[in-house]
Design a protein around this ligand. Sequence first.
Ligand code: FE2
Length: 227
Amino acid sequence: MTEPILTHDQVASYIEDGYLLVSGLIPCDVVQRAEAAMWRCMGLDRNDPGSWSERTADHGHYEDAELTAVYTDKLLTAAWQLSEGGLEREDFRPPKGGFAINSFPTDSAWAPHGPHIDHSIKEHGHESFPAAFRVATMTFLNDVEPHGGGTVVWPGSHRKIAALARSNPDYYRPMWVLGGELDKADIGECVEIVPQGGDVLFYHVFCAHSGSLNATDYPRLAMNMKW
Ligand SMILES: [Fe+2]
């Protein structure tokens, strides 16, 4: 039997809010090697801002064992715990590569990009029912200051968006239709996540969230993975 990683309170918080930040889930040495690997994969020198000052973002897919090492048994077990049943622990496997969502500094004032739900790009053809994925993760590879490009989330939005979808299942079956009408779900105010390297943000398929501008002077490095 698999030993749970998350407490009942953590699971309850995820169910209530639609997201959960788990601090320090990835061991320090593993995340430090992953951060170094990310710089290597991007072909940039973290100590030479001239090598990355013109960049705004990096969304590379990198097959590197030191990147995928962050997908530890503990992370996979936590994802399984939050996946609302229907899958076995063994169904949660580490990916072959890391999907980077790296945000570089900008001179613009800090602001979120605006709420969205994942898998709602029309051309990708995902459907709202059954859910396009069970749980998503953002794994942060370095410390993020306030307004440093942390993910922004709308607490409880997953329940409101699910209710909107259920109000007209045939109409909202295409994820892109649902994702295009979040203004009808009254999702309220957002919260800026300020993570440390090694923290993992888990979020629900219907959790409204957003990237945000990085108004600090150092890149934010993270990877996204869904099951
Ligand atoms: Fe997203």
